[in-house]
Design a protein. Structure first.
Length: 355
């Protein structure tokens, strides 16, 4: 059984980014990606172009880009260039735009719009002619098709990814139930389209943070804010359920059986959630709400894998037992190089037990 891990994000462009690419590949990373958000991240494609020069094996791509920020042929041209620079290692991760579009004042796109855009850009990277809004488009120099991975956390988007994508990126995967439910949904979508789910690479995003304190990530500055946003995203991608149906909806959509008390608290938290303040760096409004509703420990365990190395390895082993094979770890702590080494140490523990 082969396990792969990679990282989302890293240091800014420059000499440290060169060192990051070489360092993480030496640790065994199989994927190096970057988010897209015009107000919060550097340009992902310039960043990836720099990594393409200094890496040899790792897949490279945005995790995730979004429709609507670029004309499809412009996006295809950029990705085809990354494909050439990297010697065929480019991957285009696309999502509906919970960050990338909201960041510039646009609403997320629908799943059907995401699928249409993804198919168009993928065909254009292969040099195929495509008609878009009455325009005949073609990247005439492109020839090496770039795989498309869809970001998918809900049943509909996961089935859509199974039906048409080359891979899937799951944003929340800290619980074995989420892994198992995702694989069922992706498999259902693939079967309905006459495909095999084995042909898709499913990457699970796991926020692995090695800490001295068990479940310590949720108490770190910045990571507490992220955990508060994840509690909101978890509820929203469960269909924004009410107290009456939250347990059933979360189990059906996420594969997680919530304790009745936690379920009630989760709904109350989201009723109080301050979405306008959610992206204000340094704001603890929603962190304080997590604490108020008694959800901080729950959120830490649900959205992070944190604690000493062996405890983290045990948590990851549970995800492997549920079917996960590919793991993307956001580079979210300040000292990224040391944190990457700690993540590699977690996977070394899994190798030691034959996983």
């Amino acid at each position: 059984m082969t396990l792969r891990f990679g990282f989302i994000g890293g240091p800014p462009a420059g000499d440290d980014l060169d060192r990051w690419g070489r360092h993480t590949e030496a640790l065994g990373a199989s994927f190096l990606g970057t988010g897209e958000g015009a107000a919060v991240f550097e340009d992902p494609y310039l960043w990836l172009g720099q990594l393409a020069r200094v890496t040899e094996r790792a897949l490279l791509g945005p995790v995730l880009s979004v429709p609507g920020l670029r004309d499809p042929i412009v996006h295809a041209n950029t990705m085809a260039t990354i494909q050439r620079l990297s010697g065929g290692r480019a991957v285009l991760g696309l999502g509906v735009g919970d960050l990338g579009r909201l960041d510039v004042g646009l609403p997320p796109v629908t799943v059907s719009e995401l699928v249409d855009y993804a198919g168009t850009v993928r065909s254009l990277t292969a040099g195929d002619p495509v008609e878009v809004d009455g325009r005949r488009l073609q990247v005439r120099w492109a020839a090496d098709r770039v795989p498309v991975y869809l970001g998918a956390d809900g049943p509909r988007s996961q089935r859509a990814a199974g039906a048409m994508a080359d891979g899937v990126v799951v944003g929340q995967a800290g619980h074995p139930g989420m892994v198992a439910q995702t694989l069922r949904n992706v498999g259902d979508g693939a079967a309905e389209a006459g495909r095999s789910a084995d042909d898709l690479a499913v990457w699970f995003t796991c926020r692995i943070v090695v800490t001295d304190r068990p479940n310590g990530a949720i108490y770190l500055d910045g990571l507490d804010e992220y955990g508060a946003r994840q509690a909101r995203y978890f509820w929203r991608t469960s269909g924004s359920p009410s107290t009456d149906d939250v347990v059933a909806r979360v189990e059906a959509r996420k594969g997680v059986r919530l304790d009745d008390d936690v379920a009630r608290r989760l709904v109350a938290y989201n009723e109080d959630f301050d979405r306008w303040d959610a992206w204000s760096h340094g704001s603890k409004t929603n962190v304080d709400l997590l604490e108020k509703h008694g959800l901080r420990e729950w959120a830490g365990h649900m959205f992070y894998i944190s604690g000493p190395v062996d405890e983290c390895a045990d948590r990851v082993r549970g995800l492997v037992d549920a079917g996960a094979r590919n793991f993307l770890v956001p580079a979210i702590t300040g000292e990224r190089f040391g944190a990457a080494e700690q993540v590699a140490a977690v996977f070394d523990r899994l190798d030691a037990v034959g996983s």
